[in-house]
Structure formats: structure tokens, C-alpha cells
Design a protein around this ligand. Structure first.
Ligand code: SF4
Length: 500
């Protein structure tokens, strides 16, 4: 499933000897969450100017490209604390450089930087109010609204200004603020997006601990941090240097108008399987999803010649669920075996554009190839984590058939996607979604994909898989599968709506 784009990855660190280097590594591990731009800002005392400053470096492209020069780390991004951001735009145009995060501003209380993962669902309403007041905007991103709300708050303490601002925004937001004294990590009251706290032993001055915050724990592994806990839904966690000495940080909580609704799609597709999300391993959850799929959508019987079906995954996001599927089929004594029939080329960047009229097909071909010897004359069960538009799935099916497969049976490790996301994922419109285009008619969808059979995981099966792997009582958002939106979305802005 490739037509939904990841949104953003955020990383922050406090009390680290080489903060910018650690953020760089953290962002590199989170590259899958956003490939359009990257940025790092640090906080340091400038001896010459005798004040705190926040140097920033950001640009379009991958982390490796934006931070190529060693001088960025050796002489620019100095200091022991900082935040970083990988962007895939869900609000604000891709091409507008002003939208690259983190944002850095100066205001009454000093320097302030901010990085955001998510989408504010009342952004349009807030922006209109600001514009009527005469507020000037530097970017077209909804994230800037948070900075204006902080700057215009009438509260006295900086932390109170931030809390005041956050009580006025709705929707999905995992945030890291950098102030002259601290790093402030925030998760919206519904907990849509993940955010975790970790610590690195001995990484601070005089061998003290450094503390870090990341969208996913795979970033902790690269910097040698240990996972401590999730930032709780609605929590505002203030990590300052003094707290690093004893590991005690101030924590505030935002009020909640709606229930907790963590994004279930993180488990289906977005997050890396080596991460812990919402307090549980993605690998574990995905295996359970695959097991449930074996019950809801078993493989076809062996062929007339007795040959057992082979099960292949659409790499990489479907690999783990496929392993779960095959192991459960074995338990259920359903004859099938795992094979690698599709190979993914990992070096195709987002900007790759194949020339010619058949460019979309070439694009898929440039990303995937078939292993003919594995597929020829076989009954093939293809497992994908989800189907969004269906165009990639259709081309992959054609490729597998062209490789000589006797039959192709498509199994989807999530329910049909019937509604767009308004909480920070870039989905196609309602009309473009594969399932809605075909009125969710399985037979019609099967015909369009040109497969011998098509079956999905049920919503009950998905919930069962997630709940059995993650025992936490916290709830989930499944609106893209059910159209039941946990937070009203009527005021959300479209991606380019504020472009000038
Ligand atoms: S609508 Fe789907 S993708 Fe969006 S937050 Fe809910 S579960 Fe996640």
C-alpha cells in the first residue's frame, strides 16, 4: 500500500554533548515518516552576543542530503539540546520553503522553536480569526498557528502560555517545543499520533543522562537510548536540564472533550515494525493482524495436482503480517507456504519520474520486480497491508500474472479503506478510494483487480488483533475503515488552501 503518505517524524533531545548529531541520527531512523524536507534547531549560549540563540539548518530533501556538510554540526548547530523534524506535508504546500520545520521565532519570553506531527482540525477557524486581527503569517502551515497562540497569550509564565495555546487547538498534534530552558513534548488529548520518551546513559556533560523524545522508538535504537514510556495523550511534559539530574520532570494535562483515539493505521502500515508504538511492539501487533487475517481470509485449497498455494507479501510493509498469516495457517492446517515473490528496490526516491505515457506503470515496475522462478505455475496468495486507490495493487497483480502465476488470490491485512483521514495523513479523496469507487462490492473489486479471489480482514479482526497484542485500555481511531470520526473535522484545512 503506497498511496497514503506518511506525515512527519519528530525528535528532540536535552542535555546531550552532541545534541545535533543525535538528532540527525534520530531523524535518519524516522525518514520513513517524511521525505520532503528535514530540519534541526539547537539552543546554545552565544558568548559574543551574550544571549541564548537558536541556530537552525533546514532544507528540502532527505536527512542525508540536507545535512551533508560536517561544518553544520561542527560550527553551526552547537548546544546540548535541540529538536528536529522530517516533513511530509499534510497542511501547507510542499513547494513552499517557508513551511519547512522546525519553525523558530523570537518573542517576549526569548527564543521558541516548534516541530509538529499531525493536523489541526480547527485550523481554518483559527487562521480566519488571526487574519481578522491583522496577524501576518510567514508560512501556510497550520503549525504556525500554535506559535501565534503562544505569542499572543496573556498568561505570565512561558509554560502557561503554551498550555493556553494548546487548549485552543483541536485535532491531531504531537509536538516538540524548544525553549531557552527546556524541551516540551506534547501529545493531543486524543493521542492520535505516537510520541515516546527515552534516555541515554552517560550522553550528557560529565557522564549525566540525556533525555530524548521521538515519534517512534526505532529512533532511540540508533542513538542508544532506552525507551522509558509514552508521552500520555493530553500530556505536556517539560524536560529541563535540572530535571535531567534526577529524571523528574513537570507534567501537565490538557482537558479532553472526546475519547482517546490513537491511530490504528500506525499499526497497519505507517510505523516501522522495529518500533514500539502506543506502548507495544509494531512487529507483535502486525503478526497478530496476520493471524486474524488467516481466519477471516484463508488461502484457497491446493491445486488439482496437489500443489500448495504460495503466500507472498507486498514488501516491505506487509512482510510481518504475512509471517503471522502463514504461521496461523499452519496451526489451522491450511496448506500453504511462505515465499518471496516480489522484490522491492529501496533506491527509488520520491522524485523518480519515469518518462513516457505508461509512467505510472513504470513507476511501480521501478519499485517492484517479480521472482519468476518462484511464481511460475503457482497458486499465489498476495498479501498487502491495505488497498487505497487500488492502482498499485492492480499493477502488481498483472506483474505476478505475467510472471506465470496460475492463480492470484489477494488478501488485505486491514478492512476496506472507505473514508479519508483528517488527522495528519495524506489520503486521496473519498471518490478516489478503491472501495468507495466500487461501492464496497467485493465481486466488482475482484473483477477490477483481475484476481481469482479477494478478501479483507474484518474490522472486528483488526481490533481483536490490536487489543490482544496491546493490553492497554486506551482507545483507537479507525475512521478510515468505519467513517466514524472521533473528533469533528469540518474545519480542517486542505493542503494548499492558504498558498499565496
Ligand atoms: S482516520 Fe485512519 S489514518 Fe487517520 S488517524 Fe484515524 S485511523 Fe489513523
Amino acid at each position: 500500500m503506497r498511496q497514503i503518505k506518511e506525515y512527519c517524524g519528530i525528535f528532540g533531545i536535552v542535555n546531550a554533548n552532541n545534541a545535533a548529531n543525535q538528532i540527525y541520527l534520530g531523524l535518519h531512523a524516522l525518514q520513513h515518516r517524511g521525505q520532503e524536507s528535514a530540519g534541526i534547531v539547537t539552543s546554545v549560549y552565544d558568548e559574543a552576543r551574550q544571549k541564548m540563540v537558536m541556530p537552525v539548518h533546514k532544507g528540502n530533501g532527505l536527512v542525508l542530503d540536507v545535512f551533508k556538510k560536517p561544518s553544520i554540526f561542527n560550527s553551526k548547530l552547537l548546544g546540548t539540546s535541540g529538536i528536529g523534524h522530517n516533513r511530509y506535508s499534510t497542511s501547507g504546500s510542499t513547494n513552499n520553503r517557508a513551511n519547512i520545520q522546525p519553525f523558530v521565532v523570537q518573542y517576549r519570553d526569548g527564543n521558541l522553536a516548534l516541530a509538529h506531527n499531525g493536523n489541526l482540525s480547527n485550523a481554518r477557524e483559527l487562521r480566519t480569526t488571526f487574519i481578522e486581527r491583522g496577524t501576518l503569517f510567514q508560512s501556510t502551515s497550520d503549525t504556525e498557528l500554535v506559535l501565534h497562540l503562544v505569542a499572543q497569550s496573556t498568561r505570565r509564565r512561558q509554560e502557561d502560555k503554551i498550555i493556553d495555546a494548546l487548549t485552543q487547538v483541536e485535532g491531531a498534534f504531537s509536538l516538540v517545543f524548544l525553549t531557552d530552558e527546556s524541551l516540551i513534548a506534547v501529545r493531543d488529548p486524543n493521542g492520535f499520533r505516537p510520541l515516546a520518551l527515552g534516555a541515554i546513559e552517560g550522553a550528557g556533560p560529565d557522564g549525566t543522562k540525556a533525555y530524548c523524545i521521538a515519534s517512534e522508538t526505532c529512533a532511540f535504537d540508533l542513538v542508544g537510548a532506552e525507551y522509558i514510556r509514552d508521552v500520555e495523550p493530553g500530556e505536556i511534559l517539560v524536560i529541563n536540564r535540572a530535571g535531567c539530574e534526577n529524571g523528574e520532570f513537570q507534567s501537565y494535562h490538557l482537558g479532553r472533550n472526546f475519547g482517546i483515539s490513537q491511530c490504528i493505521f500506525e499499526y497497519v502500515y505507517f510505523s516501522r515494525p522495529d518500533s514500539k508504538i502506543f506502548g507495544e511492539s509494531v512487529d507483535k501487533v502486525r503478526r497478530k493482524i496476520g493471524k486474524e487475517l488467516a481466519h477471516d481470509a484463508p488461502p484457497p485449497p491446493p491445486g488439482k495436482d496437489g500443489s500448495c498455494p504460495i503466500v507472498i507479501s507486498v514488501p516491505d510493509s506487509s512482510n510481518t503480517a504475512t509471517l503471522g498469516y502463514v504461521s496461523e495457517c499452519k496451526k489451522l492446517e491450511l496448506d500453504c507456504r511462505f515465499e518471496i515473490g516480489l522484490i522491492r528496490n529501496h533506491y527509488v526516491g520520491r522524485t523518480f519520474i519515469a518518462p513516457g505515457q505508461d509512467s505510472r506503470e513504470r513507476k511501480v515496475r521501478s519499485k517492484f520486480n517479480t521472482v519468476t522462478g518462484v511464481l511460475r505455475d503457482r497458486i499465489v496468495v498476495m498479501i498487502d497491508d491495505s488497498i487505497v486507490r487500488g492502482t498499485t495493487a492492480k499493477q502488481l497483480v498483472r506483474m505476478v500474472r505475467n510472471a506465470g502465476a496460475q492463480e492470484v488470490h489477494f488478501r488485505v491485512a486491514s478492512p476496506p479503506v472507505i473514508s479519508p483521514c483528517f488527522y495528519g495523513m495524506d489520503f486521496p479523496s473519498h471518490e478516489e478510494l478503491f472501495a468507495t469507487r466500487h461501492g464496497s462490492e467485493l465481486e466488482e473489486m475482484k473483477e477490477w483487480l483481475q484476481v481469482d479471489s479477494l478478501a479483507y480482514l474484518s474490522i472486528e479482526g483488526l481490533i481483536r488483533a490490536v487489543k490482544s497484542a496491546n493490553e492497554s485500555e486506551l482507545g483507537y481511531c479507525d475512521a478510515c475503515f468505519t467513517a466514524k470520526y472521533p473528533v469533528p473535522v469540518s474545519m480542517g484545512v486542505s493542503k494548499d488552501e492558504n498558498e499565496w
